[in-house]
Write a protein of this length. Structure first.
Length: 111
């Protein structure tokens, strides 16, 4: 009986954490939509992003469950052209990016 109760409590805690994170994301997206309707734009500063051109970077998006790694090829207006896996090219709206982190290249082993 005690084991079942403890599993139930753990399940409730996990569900609460998931619900809370989704609720925060929805509120953030609603705020962005309201700002766009009012004409306000949170434009990502492209001057700072230009330092990352040609470097392998990790991108954190508004949706915390979605992120990827790639090389920034080009920046125009508020759009980034990113190459992932050496083949796939993506166009990303900078408004959807929360953070960019440079990923260091793996050190080559010398024999």
């Amino acid at each position: 009986m005690f084991i079942i109760n403890s599993y139930f409590i753990i399940l409730v805690i996990i569900l609460f954490i998931i619900y809370n994170s989704q609720k925060k994301r929805k509120v953030y997206v609603k705020q962005l939509i309201k700002k766009k309707k009012r004409g306000e734009r949170r434009k990502m500063p492209t001057e700072l992003i230009k330092d990352f051109i040609g470097k392998n970077c990790s991108f954190s998006m508004i949706d915390s469950s979605f992120g990827f790694t790639g090389v920034i090829q080009e920046i125009q207006d508020n759009w980034l052209k990113v190459e992932t896996n050496g083949k796939i090219k993506k166009l990303i709206n900078a408004d959807m990016i929360v953070g960019i982190t440079e990923v260091p290249e793996k050190k080559k082993k010398t024999k």
